[in-house]
Design a protein around this ligand. Structure first.
Ligand code: UFG
Length: 333
């Protein structure tokens, strides 16, 4: 069985759906602090999911999972991921993201489980020295979130050398979109990400565009938006790679293409078929001008290729927003 930590959250639930649809049995471990029980209940309609509520900060919670389930490999999503929050409250990030992962790795070691796929991030590279960013780019994070993820990458190298635990670290760029059948999607409270914030904006809630004076073609930040279903697929490829090669490695996951905040804003207006109220605001602290992945390594070694366009991501996110509104008001599951 495959264990997914954080499987009630945004990216973890999309991997869960993909694994269920290809007939796998899965165990989801989630504290439900940020994940949603509604997402678990939806996933249960599509296959054999065992859900265990627990917190990685409690070693016994995670030991209990290995004690009663035959786990073959782990995909580890459970983490805090808000950059600004991590700067103001690093304790929360190191305790949860680093100590929590140590507990997970120690439980794996105790129970002889030696394969893990880990959600890492472009934030481990820090301020880019060149773009597109390849995996050899120096890793010098500029916030506690990026530091916490990089520390885990380092710990995983040491746990491989000493205990033979093999890891694939996937460094995500900007994850976007939702399940193409709108069954699950992005659900953060409060929402801080670009696409859902544009889609949620209306006459009562203006969309705030942070910074139009960057050194980019149209003055707004450029990002690499990778579709969440494509991303889920990359995790399946990473699990296959671990089973096949038995080797530790790390890969960037992005499309290799950059889109500006204005490009995304215009594409959202096209999908919505209406104007979105817009307010130009000062830069948001800590936003680099341009982050684009060099994804060649994942293409050649994992055999992974992103299939979806930015339009696909915005379209699916928009369908999901409509469904989420109904879920929140208790109309549908
Ligand atoms: N933006 C706005 N208005 C909003 C939200 C975002 O203008 O309401 C802009 C941001 O300033 C930025 C771009 O849209 O220029 C993308 O912002 P997001 O918050 O959607 O994503 P980030 O690039 O800040 O963050 C993502 C992940 C993080 C990860 C980081 C790596 O969400 O987890 O990439 O740098 F750490």
């Amino acid at each position: 069985m495959i264990l997914i930590t954080g499987g009630a959250g945004y990216i973890g639930s999309h991997l869960a759906m993909a694994l269920l649809e290809s007939g796998n049995d899965i165990v989801i471990f989630d504290s439900l602090e940020l994940g949603h029980i509604e997402i678990i209940n939806i996933l249960k309609k599509y296959g054999n999911v065992k859900f265990i509520q627990g917190n990685l900060k409690n070693i016994d919670d995670i030991r209990g999972v290995f004690l009663v389930n035959k786990i073959d490999s782990v995909v580890h999503f459970a983490a805090y991921s808000q950059v600004a929050e991590s700067v103001n409250n690093p304790q929360k990030y190191y305790y949860n993201n680093v100590y929590g992962t140590l507990n997970l790795l120690n439980a794996m070691k105790e129970f002889g489980v030696n394969k893990i796929v880990f959600s890492s991030t472009a934030a481990t590279y820090g301020e880019p020295e060149y773009v597109p960013i390849d995996e050899n780019h120096p890793q010098r994070p500029i916030n506690a979130y990026g530091n916490s993820k990089l520390m885990v990458e380092r710990i995983m190298d040491d746990y491989d050398r000493a205990y033979g635990i093999k890891s694939v670290r996937l460094r995500y760029f900007n994850v976007a979109g939702a399940d193409s059948k709108a069954r699950i999607g992005e659900w953060h409270e409060p929402e801080t990400h670009l696409i859902p914030n544009i889609l949620k904006a209306d006459e009562n809630k203006t969309f705030k565009m942070f910074g139009t004076d960057y050194d980019t073609p149209d003055g707004t930040c450029v990002r690499d938006y990778i579709n969440v279903e494509d991303l889920a697929n990359a995790h399946i490829k990473a699990l296959e790679y671990l089973n096949r090669s038995g080797k530790t490695d790390y890969f960037n996951l992005g499309t290799g293409q950059g889109d500006s905040v204005k490009d995304v804003f215009n594409a959202c207006e096209d999908v919505l078929g209406r104007k979105v109220p817009l307010e130009i605001c000062p830069r948001r602290a800590g936003d680099p001008a341009k982050l684009v992945a060099d994804n060649k390594k994942a293409l050649s070694i994992l055999g992974w290729k992103p299939e979806k366009t930015l339009f696909d991501s915005i379209n699916s996110a928009n369908e999901w927003e409509k469904r989420l509104a109904k879920i929140k008001s208790g109309i549908v599951l």
